[in-house]
Every structure is written in C-alpha cells, then in structure tokens.
Design a protein around this ligand. Structure first.
Ligand code: ZN
Length: 196
C-alpha cells in the first residue's frame, strides 16, 4: 500500500473490551515496522490505554491516537505520549461532541473523527458526522497550530468527497483501498484523493 501511494499506515488496535473486536498488539506493530518507511498512525481502541503507551512507542508508532473515553485523564495520557517523543491525537466516536477535544487542542497533532462506531471494518459512513467534521475544521483553524484532521470509517470515493469538503485533510481507507487486490491499490487511492 505504501508503494501504491499511501501517505501513512493507519493501524487499528482493538482490545475486545473498549470495542467489540480484537486485533493486534505492539508485537505485530513492531514486526511490521521494518517493512515500510511510511509513518505508523496507531489508533488505540483499548481501555485502559495508559499502561500500553510505552509498548506502542517502543514498537515504532509515529502517531498514537486515543479516545477520551479510554482513560480517566485525557490530558495526562496525551502527555505520556508526548514524553515518549511520539505525536499524539484524539479520536472522537460519532456521538462524542467536537467540544471534547477543545481543552487539549494546544497539545495535540491530530484529531480523528470517526464516521463509524469503532470496532469493525466494512461499515457504512455515518453522514450525520459531517457537520462535526466542519466544526472541528473551524476549531483547528482558530487555534493556528498544525493539527491534522483525519476521518476514519466508511470512506469510499463518494464519502471521501464529503469528508474533504468538510475540511478533512487525512482519510483512512480500509475496504476501499484494498478492493480488487494489489494491482488496484494505486487506482483506489487516486480515486479517494479526488481533485487536488
Ligand atoms: Zn482507525
């Protein structure tokens, strides 16, 4: 996927507790690390999250993104990530309001707006989240720091257009990126990027 033009590799870590599904841990992230020089954008859907931050930093994460609901003290969690020299992000579930990220906008490098309920690939984009993406764009622009606005869940060529129009600058694609096998990856990614 990196050869096909992906800017970064988004890794969904699920624990079967914070979200219903179970995926991979730091050992697999570490094993993947030598295979690409693209940044690893590690999305932790685990609770509690604090005890695992060091392990994912050690495994080679370039960005670690956490949900406010996955620990009692978001500010402290973000500080732990920054203390490891890793960029940090906050992920908002579809019903988590944009304001949840406001107190930490001075601290973070990325806001991730979930457009599905986290837990499974292949779900449909929840269009009701689009106004929140626009609200987050306005909040970020008001802060005047470099903060990426990433959208994750149900991204297709059509929903990518909606997300970009609302102000997203990073799109996570699973199903739409991998469809058709390796020979189609480049064209799939081009279709999601749309017009510059
Ligand atoms: Zn994700």
């Amino acid at each position: 996927m990196a050869e096909a033009g992906a800017d970064m590799i988004h890794i969904d870590v699920m624990d079967g507790h914070f979200v219903p599904n179970l995926t991979i841990g730091p050992a697999v992230v570490k094993a993947l690390r030598p295979h690409t020089d693209r940044p690893f954008d590690v999305h932790l859907m685990i609770a509690p999250v604090d005890p695992f931050i060091d392990a994912f930093a050690d495994a080679g994460a370039d960005i670690i993104t956490v949900h406010p609901e996955s620990g009692a003290h978001l500010h402290r969690t973000l500080q732990r990530i920054k203390d490891r020299g890793v960029r940090c992000g906050v992920a908002l579930n579809p019903v988590t309001p944009a304001g949840a990220v406001a107190p930490v906008l001075g601290q973070i490098d990325l806001v991730l707006a979930m457009t599905v309920n986290p837990g499974f690939g292949g779900q449909s984009f929840i269009a009701e989240v689009v106004p929140k993406i626009a609200a987050l764009r306005a909040m970020i622009d008001g802060v005047g720091r470099a903060i990426d606005l990433e959208v994750d869940g149900g991204i297709t060529a059509a929903t990518a257009r909606l997300a970009r129009a609302a102000g997203a600058d990073l799109l996570v694609a699973g199903t739409a990126a991998f469809a058709g096998g390796a020979g189609a990856y480049g064209a799939n990614l081009e279709g999601l990027r749309g017009e510059p």
